[in-house]
Design a protein around this ligand. Structure first.
Ligand code: ADE
Length: 248
């Protein structure tokens, strides 16, 4: 997976890209990252990347001409290196909420361009130059950089071989089953009077699997009932597909 990042603060990514499994994915070649700052395309003596809003109001707006020049420079570089054009993703609180299925899609997209803004927002006309808009959640940050790191981390760990243990991404929360994950325990067997569920020490794998599935369902029902609807919809969809296949 290649990520091209449009950011005024590439240095924010330095430690992130060197640390833990993201660092290993970088050295292992499963992840490559390229950065370009809109400042390089800024205007005038001060290399301005933003301007005051038409119609007045507080705050500054990122200029569309500067942003698009930066995005196109990354495309030109990629093309010269014989690399595929990146899918352009604008990071904005107005975008589609980032969820596990988007992470999975990014992890199989050859190249993703993450476009980070600062200040009040982007000139509206940038929207015609991107493929999609994604939000990290219903809150506002001063820039998209933390959102970009979160999206890179969630996507890269899904690339086969990056985590080492393939199993670990299958059963986790928001994984393929769409449920929250069951509770985990490790030693000590007793911590300040709190033990470990007996079934886990029973050695009976069928019982353990059934207990975990029930815990997953119960946790999701109490904490995130909204997810159950999605699980049910997915199960119905699978059933309908299987019926259609066996009929045809
Ligand atoms: N930039 C500022 N806030 C953001 C958010 N919630 N998601 C993505 N990018 C952002």
């Amino acid at each position: 997976m290649r990520v091209d990042v449009v950011t005024l603060f590439p240095e924010l990514f330095e430690t992130f890209l060197k640390t833990s499994f993201v660092g290993r994915a970088m050295t292992g070649g499963q992840l490559t990252a390229r950065f370009r700052s809109p400042r390089d395309f800024g205007l005038g003596k001060h290399k301005s990347v933003d301007d005051t809003p038409y119609g007045g109001g507080s705050g500054m707006v990122m200029r569309v001409d500067v942003m698009v020049a930066c995005m196109e420079a990354l495309d030109t570089e990629a093309e010269a290196a014989g690399l595929p054009r990146a899918r352009r993703v604008l990071l904005t609180p107005q975008g589609t909420p980032f969820v596990q299925s988007i992470a999975a899609r990014f992890s199989t997209t050859p190249a993703v361009m993450l476009i980070c803004g600062r200040y009040e927002g982007f000139d509206e006309r940038i929207r015609g130059f991107v493929d999609e808009e994604v939000s990290l959640g219903d809150f506002v940050m001063t820039g998209g950089e933390v959102a970009a790191m979160a999206m890179i981390e969630a996507s890269v760990r899904l690339i086969p071989g990056v985590l080492g243990n393939e199993e670990s991404t299958h059963e986790e929360s928001h994984g393929e089953g769409g449920l929250l994950e069951y509770p985990h325990y490790t030693r000590p067997a007793d911590f300040r009077g709190q033990g470990v569920p007996e079934v886990l020490a029973s050695g009976n794998h069928a019982h353990i699997a059934a207990w975990r599935r029930a815990q997953s369902m119960e946790r999701t029902r109490t904490r995130r009932p909204d997810l159950i609807e999605h699980v049910e919809a997915a199960v119905f969809e699978k059933l309908a597909k299987a019926r259609k296949e066996s009929a045809g």
